[in-house]
Each structure stands twice: as C-alpha cells, then as structure tokens.
Design a protein around this ligand. Structure first.
Ligand code: SF4
Length: 337
C-alpha cells in the first residue's frame, strides 16, 4: 500500500471572475521512504496540491472531486464539509497534520515570527501537539538543532540573528519536530544562494535517509528534483503531464511539455545545447483551453488535442504521459537523441 495516494484530485478557487481550476484531476502515489519532486511553472497548481494534502486551503478553496489516502485513511472524508470546503480545525486532521504529515512552507525565510526566539517557536509547536513539559520540548529542540546542523546554543536566538541557510535549517527542524512519516517541502531552497542550496539539499537527503521518511519536494527548478527525487511529477495548468521515476522522465521524456521544461534548463554535464524556451504563456485557469491545456503552446498539437483531455498512457513500467500521442512522441524524441 502506498503511503500517500492522490486520486483525480480537483481543487477550485472561487474568485470574483468565476472559478479558478487550480488543480483539475491530479493523481499520483508516494511510497514510504520515497522522495517525489513535483515540478512545473509558477501557478500550475503544485502548492495547491500540497495545501489540499495538509488541509490548509484558503477559505475560497473547494474540493471539487477526488480522494487523498494517507496510510489507507481517506483524509478528505475526515474533514470535508458538504460544500467541498475543508474544516482545517477538524480534530482528526489536527492529529495527523504536523505529527504525521508536516510541511516546510514556501518563503520559510520569513516564516518565523521576528519577535519570538526561534527555539521557543519550535517548543510551542511541540507542546501544542505532544504531552511534554517545556523542558523536555527544549531538549528536543536542541537535539533537532544538532541534527540539522545548528549548534544547540543558538536556541535562544531571534530569527534576525540567523543567516538564510540557518533559518531554512530551523524550518526543517520545525518540520521534523514530531517525527512525521511524510514531509512536504515547498520551494525549500528557492531564496538561497547556490552553495547554501546545495548544502540544504544534501542535508535534507541525509535526514530523509536517516529517518526513513517520505518527502514531496515542490519546485520550479528541475535541477533540484534531479538531485534529490526518486520520482517526478510534472504539472501544467492544474493537471499532471507526466509522472515516473526520475531517470525515466529525464532520459526517456514522453511529454512535449516536459521536453520543453528540460530544454530550457542549462546542464553543466554532457554536450552543450542551445537552451530553448517554451513559447507563449501558461493559460488563464478561469477559462483553461479545451482538450489538452498545453495545446496552444505545443509544437506537436493536432486537432484532437483541442477536443479531448488526454488520458494517461503508460509508456514504460510506472512511467505515464498524459498526451494523446505519447507513444509516437516517445519514439520521435528517442530518434532525435
Ligand atoms: Fe501536445 Fe496534443 Fe500531446 Fe497535448 S495532447 S501535449 S497538445 S501533442
């Protein structure tokens, strides 16, 4: 049984102009101890997927379909109201959130309250969820600091006394405070310089291996997922375009959008190639294009692409492309190599 199974998840936001179909039918699984990278351009729905899993959607967010199973439990059943909104104060979800599933939020650099000591903020998170004394929680924070590479005597520092890399490590410590089996990291290294980014990623991998937890790393940077993920999901316009093991998606790309995304990132290994950007812009999700949402930007688009939404095609074991012509394109892209 997969640790997390997301099935045909649909999350729409109500705004003045109508409904934003932020996530419109996304499926994937993550096994225990596995790391999945969720990639795609900004606004493609990656963070919305994370907020649906952790049940932290804003009040204008509605679940319009699908299921989220965690350790076999149907999470949406626990907290979904009849209108599709989530009750984020639901007791059963609060028991799971942070203790079983935790999250390193986007913009972690500013996530700590500047007027409280970093250590106290983590102590509070522990004592809110666990029946332990402040002293016990303080010892746990020192342990966590050591674990993530911060000297424990920094426990009484304020956020402004930490560097960017240290704040990020402290955020990781906060996410690990209650030994969750699944951690979602939303753009965990975006605001960091490349050297610190590399160190933090290495640290996250070390912790993940040591703690045997599963992770989902959300990023627009494919080089990050290439480095740390066992599998990759590529999203576009609220839909999954391609999902598979990292080596499958990188070496045997089977979707035009993934090919475009990979072609627009430089590689320091292998032959030098001209970088090619994907023409056009992501669509307005209030009025997404008919059929395959990538068709206005896809060089392979044909009439059928405007008519029906592509179903998943398994091009090799566990490697799925949501393209009408996945098999043909798979051959075509292989011929070009
Ligand atoms: Fe391109 Fe059509 Fe495939 Fe969509 S379904 S990616 S438009 S070829």
């Amino acid at each position: 049984m997969a640790l997390l199974e997301v099935k045909n998840l649909k999350v729409h936001f109500e705004i003045e102009d109508g409904w934003v179909k932020a996530v419109d039918g996304v499926s994937f699984t993550i096994n225990s101890g596995e790391t999945m990278g969720l990639v795609g351009e900004s606004g493609c729905g990656k963070t919305t997927v994370a907020y649906a899993i952790t049940q932290l959607l804003p009040t204008n967010g509605y679940i319009k379909g699908g299921k989220i199973f965690f350790k076999g439990r149907d999470l949406l059943k626990l907290s979904m109201r009849p209108d599709g909104r989530l009750d984020d104060y639901n007791e059963k979800i609060r028991e799971i959130r942070w203790t079983e599933i935790s999250m390193i939020f986007q913009g972690a650099m500013n996530a700590f309250n500047p007027v409280f000591k970093v250590g106290d903020q983590i102590i509070e998170a522990i004592t809110l969820h666990k029946d332990v004394s402040d002293d016990e929680a303080r010892e746990r924070v020192k342990e966590l600091f050591e674990f993530v590479g911060i000297t424990p005597d920094r426990i009484d520092n304020y956020p402004h006394e930490f560097s960017g890399g240290m704040k990020q490590r402290a955020m990781i410590a906060l996410a690990l405070a209650l030994n969750p089996s699944f951690v979602i990291a939303d753009e965990p290294t975006t605001a960091l310089d490349v050297i610190t980014q590399d160190r933090i990623l290495a640290e996250m991998l070390r912790l993940q291996e040591q703690l045997k937890m599963a992770m989902m790393i959300i990023t627009h940077d494919v080089s990050v997922v290439a480095e740390v993920s066992d599998k990759i999901g590529v999203m576009y316009a609220g839909l999954m375009m391609e999902v598979g093991e990292t080596t499958q998606v990188f070496k045997n790309t089977a979707h035009p959008y993934t090919a475009g995304l990979l072609g627009s990132f430089p590689s320091i290994k292998g032959k030098k190639k001209r970088l090619i950007s994907i023409p056009g812009f992501p669509p307005d999700l209030v009025k997404p294009p008919s059929g395959c949402p990538f068709h206005p930007r896809c060089q392979y688009a044909r009439q059928a692409c405007q008519e029906g939404r592509p179903k998943g095609v398994e091009v090799e074991l566990g490697h799925i492309s949501y393209c009408h012509y996945a098999k043909e394109l798979w051959d075509e892209l292989r011929r070009r190599e």
